[in-house]
Design a binder for this molecule. Structure first.
Ligand code: VNL
Length: 192
């Protein structure tokens, strides 16, 4: 919305090619959230023509109160939650893994983050070249003097994603070396 007026449909489309890479939200959440934000005065909904049969759709625009809420959000410290990491939890109990299962997990883990890394690098390219459509829309609404920082902050966010993905790949590889060292076949001693 801070990149310009949008319908719920546009939000879903833009999301999937921009901020959705760092903040996943299901499509089903979009329309109720837009209505809630309108009720809170953060967005203004307007009926605009849709097709040529007199139908309309709701287009939302960020209000001044909505902009104030964005600044307020940036001024607040993040609250951190304690870790709940399924991959780490599972790894901690690999002694219960059937033969080969731990290695399969770790290879899948590395593959997942390899794909995430590729996508983040691709997004960094789109941002650097300013070809990403959400970014292009956003830049068109701000004077050129502000463009550099808008782009740099978005690239900065994805650099975090790349670094994290690399870290996860290294961790999975470390685990595979460990399994190799341990023979991968160790079953838990059944001392009952
Ligand atoms: C934007 C564009 C944001 C592309 C993105 O992710 C992105 C934007 C934070 O202009 O809001 O990947």
């Amino acid at each position: 919305m801070s990149s310009g007026p949008m319908t719920g449909y546009d939000v879903g489309k833009q999301f999937s090619t921009s901020v959705g890479h760092v903040w996943h939200a299901p499509d089903s959440q979009i329309y109720p959230e837009l209505r809630k934000m309108e009720a809170e005065g953060l967005l203004k909904g307007e009926q605009i023509p849709w097709g040529n049969r007199g139908a309309t759709k709701t287009e939302y625009t960020l209000t001044l109160a909505g902009e104030a809420a964005l600044r307020e959000w940036q001024a607040q410290p993040l609250s951190y939650v304690r870790d709940r990491n399924p991959a780490r939890l599972k790894a901690a109990y690999f002694e219960w893994a059937p033969p080969g299962a731990a290695a399969i997990q770790l290879r899948a883990h590395a593959a997942h983050y390899q794909e995430q890394k590729v996508q983040a690098i691709q997004m960094i390219d789109e941002l650097e070249s300013r070809t990403n459509s959400t970014l292009a829309r956003r830049l068109a609404r701000f004077p050129g003097t502000g463009h550099e920082r808008i782009v740099r902050f978005k690239i900065f966010a994805y650099q975090g994603t790349v670094a994290h993905a690399e870290q996860e790949i290294e961790w999975a590889e470390r685990g595979l070396r460990l399994l190799d060292e341990l023979g991968d076949l160790q079953q838990p001693d059944d001392n009952r």
